[in-house]
Design a protein around this ligand. Structure first.
Ligand SMILES: Nc1ncnc2c1ncn2[C@@H]1O[C@H](COP(=O)(O)OP(=O)(O)OP(=O)(O)O)[C@@H](O)[C@H]1O
Ligand SMILES: [Mg+2]
Length: 291
């Protein structure tokens, strides 16, 4: 008898827990409902420049007059704050929830980095904790009214990016970042399959780290390979958004805690990112007219 009762109590506690989770998910979706376009930036592989592209695409959209908020959902390696000069800061609480931090050009940032007491904390998050962290961020931040939400997804195509995509639900599209090596073909295919399975519209692929032009000789060296991104886009029938060259000034600005695009607005990398941002705005408008 006592055993049956305790099982019943446990079941009820479980049901209450699930109810609370669902309520929090709903609250999160309600809070981000005033954001017009939600774009996930992903790759099937780590270290290809996903966070660099997310942060600077945010700045590029802002230079084009758009209101942008970036969600850094990479619990293990939250790097958006560093890329935008906000590392080490914390979010404060306002009347409507946690207040996002503001980078150059008014770009807003929400990152798990702002909730961590120190750099080592990121290492101890486990699966369910990571999910609840993102769920809580969505439900407790004052997201406001924005034109764009850029979501820097955790690397790969496993459980973590899947959870974030499922929590946000109405993502308008994804941008896949890759490098120009032949190995990246498998990686891009994985990311495309991930999106197609989850019915996430693929906006296109950006090839990063494609070629380094020596400032003295003017000669371009294709250190990471050449053209794989564009080729795979043709094969898989997705848009190729462009390539971003290797530039040592990128790591220089990160080390200095400065945002790249606003520090070097007139160099090739920045111009290419702004071109891609313009293309994305046109693409999303055209999509709206079709749907
Ligand atoms: N075009 C580029 N030229 C030179 N360095 C670059 C370029 N793009 C990115 N980097 C550098 O490469 C490193 C990896 O970039 P980033 O952190 O954006 O990759 P990521 O895909 O987000 O990695 P992770 O999978 O760990 O999240 C960073 O140190 C960044 O400064
Ligand atoms: Mg990253």
């Amino acid at each position: 008898m006592a055993l049956i009762m305790s099982q019943d109590i446990q079941r009820r506690i479980q049901i209450e827990k699930i109810k609370k989770i669902r309520q929090q998910e709903e609250e999160g979706r309600k809070r981000i409902s005033n954001i017009k376009y939600k774009i996930a930036i992903m790759s099937g592989k780590g270290g290809v420049g996903k966070s660099f592209i997310t942060a600077n695409l945010g700045l590029a959209l802002a230079t084009l007059g758009k209101k942008v908020i970036i969600l850094d959902s990479d619990v293990h390696g939250p790097s958006i704050p560093k890329l935008l000069g906000l590392h080490g800061r914390s979010m404060s609480v306002g009347p409507n929830g946690l207040i996002p931090l503001e980078a150059d050009l008014g770009v807003k940032v929400v990152s798990v980095d702002f909730l961590m007491p120190n750099e080592e904390s990121a290492l101890i998050w486990r699966g369910p904790m990571k999910t609840s962290l993102i769920r809580e961020l969505l439900a407790k931040v004052d997201w406001g009214r924005q034109d764009f939400m850029l979501i820097d997804l955790p690397p790969g195509t496993g459980d973590e990016p899947l959870t974030v995509v499922q929590l946000i639900k109405d993502i308008n599209g994804s941008i896949i970042v890759t490098i120009p090596s032949d190995l990246s073909r498998i990686v891009v295919k994985k990311a495309i399959t991930f999106c197609r399975r989850l019915k996430v519209n693929i906006i296109g692929v950006i090839e990063n780290m494609s070629g380094f032009t020596c400032p003295e000789s003017g000669k371009t060296y294709y250190i990471m390979g050449k053209g794989a991104g564009e080729k795979i886009c043709k094969e898989m029938d997705v848009n190729f958004l462009g390539n971003i060259p290797l530039d040592p000034r990128i790591s220089e600005t990160i080390d200095q805690g400065k945002p790249f695009l606003t520090t070097y607005p007139n160099i090739e990398v920045s111009k290419k990112i702004v071109n891609i941002a313009e293309w994305i705005i046109k693409y999303l408008k055209a999509q709206e007219n079709v749907n």
